[in-house]
Design a binder for this molecule. Structure first.
Ligand SMILES: *Cc1c(COP(=O)(O)O)cnc(C)c1O
Length: 401
């Protein structure tokens, strides 16, 4: 059965992913099941998407009810789910105005366009620069606007692939060095995900915030992976003495329904994108927004963030025991339920052995095992996960000898 499905997929899909040889069929709580009924403990959450876990009845009911009403209206009209999702997102972020997208990358594109337009409005120039971080990850699009023919859509944002300078995460001097009169924005993940789970240091992020304040440079914080409660607050930046001008969110925002957003503060909202400057056909559609709205409701009803703060110290403690015990583990890094173990062995091999043992995990960077469990995990799930990982790491330790 699995083999047929895998062959059919490989026959017809462009091969841009080396997928694990596993056909996932359904989920329940913190468990996933393949098409032959084998159970897997989920410590990857669809790459940080399933904050609430799988097959959550209240969530399913809300999405199904919306399907029976209306799925799509385009942004030419209003819908109640859109109004409600926007209100809840603005409230959770403490920012001012939201724009819904279909993915994370599209949220980042929108955030960059808002920053470019803000700078263009100030000096009418098109030569602004952006500072980003080494090892950052912000998505896979390549400036769709760069190849769009209508000049009016492009002008304020050109050159579309702006000059981007890369600084070192957690090295404030490397950022200061790059700042000049043309710098319009500094973009970073509050906690780097794909790059290897590197949380921004307090002095670093607060230092960048101060530079941005002093020079009217926009701070764009990408919370696509680290946001939505994962680190113990709705957004990871809320644990620092900073406030972004623009924030991006996606992944867990829709608990599996594809949706993202960028959110602007009042200053940028008032002086950047206006009617006609940006758009999307699907973005903010009633189905996606019904999901977003229900996610926020369930976060409140189930006290998800309090749970993350309650369970995270236990997760860290158990992972630290593995660091202590195994030669194949060098260190642990992370915040809340976004954790990475730096390994002395290939993390891909550990993930593969996890699958054989009924545990799904991720890699990050070169040598990091990345753990992004659903936010609803309990101590028993952590114990089970650490039991399996302990066994795998014992084998890995021996390979090192
Ligand atoms: C996943 C991710 C993105 C891209 O999101 P997509 O939905 O895959 O386009 C952008 N930034 C960060 C930090 C991410 O983790």
């Amino acid at each position: 059965m699995s083999k047929q499905i895998i062959d059919k997929a490989e026959d017809n899909l462009l091969h841009t992913y080396n997928r694990f040889q596993l056909v996932l069929d359904h989920g329940d709580g913190v468990n996933l099941y393949d098409d032959e009924g084998k159970e897997y403990l989920d410590f990857y959450s669809g790459i940080g998407v399933y904050a609430l876990g799988h097959n959550v009845k209240e969530f399913n009911d809300a999405v199904k009810a919306q399907i029976d009403k209306i799925v799509h209206v385009s942004n030419l009209y209003y819908s109640k789910p859109l109004a409600e999702a926007a209100e809840k997102l603005v409230k959770a972020s403490g920012l001012c105005k939201a724009f819904f997208t279909n993915s994370g990358a599209e949220a980042v594109e929108g955030a960059l366009k808002a920053a470019l337009k803000y700078a263009y409005n100030k000096d009418g120039c098109n030569d602004h620069e952006i500072i980003a971080m080494n090892h950052s990850f912000h998505g896979r699009t390549c400036g769709a606007l760069a190849v769009t023919g209508k000049a009016a859509y492009r002008e304020a944002f050109e050159p579309l692939i702006s000059k981007v300078n890369f600084a070192e995460m957690n090295n404030l001097g490397s950022v200061t060095e790059l700042v000049n009169d043309k710098t319009c924005a500094i973009i970073l993940e509050t906690v780097q995900g794909e790059g290897g789970i590197y949380p921004a240091d307090k002095e670093f992020l607060e230092g960048i915030y101060k530079i941005c304040q002093d020079k009217d440079i926009l701070l764009i914080l990408d919370e696509i992976q680290c946001g939505m409660g994962r680190t113990g607050s709705y957004y990871a930046w809320q644990q620092y003495d900073v406030k972004p001008d623009i924030m991006t969110t996606a992944k867990a925002l829709g608990n599996g329904i594809p949706v993202g957003a960028f959110v602007l503060n009042d200053k940028v909202a008032k002086a950047s994108l206006v009617a006609g400057d940006h758009g999307t056909t699907y973005g903010g559609n009633p189905l996606a927004c019904a999901a977003v709205s229900k996610v926020f409701d369930l976060f409140e009803e189930k006290n998800i963030i309090a749970h993350v703060n309650e369970i995270s110290p236990y997760f860290e403690e158990k992972l630290d025991e593995l660091v202590e015990k195994h030669a194949s583990v060098i260190s642990r890094r992370g915040k809340g339920l976004m954790q990475g173990l730096e390994l002395a062995v290939k993390p891909g091999q550990v993930v593969n052995k996890g699958i054989d043992n009924g545990l799904l995990m991720l890699t990050a960077g070169e040598n990091v095992l990345r753990l992004l469990p659903p936010l609803v995990i309990e101590r028993c799930d952590i114990d089970k996960m650490c039991g399996i990982l302990d066994k795998i790491l014992c084998e890995e330790d021996q390979c090192l000898e």
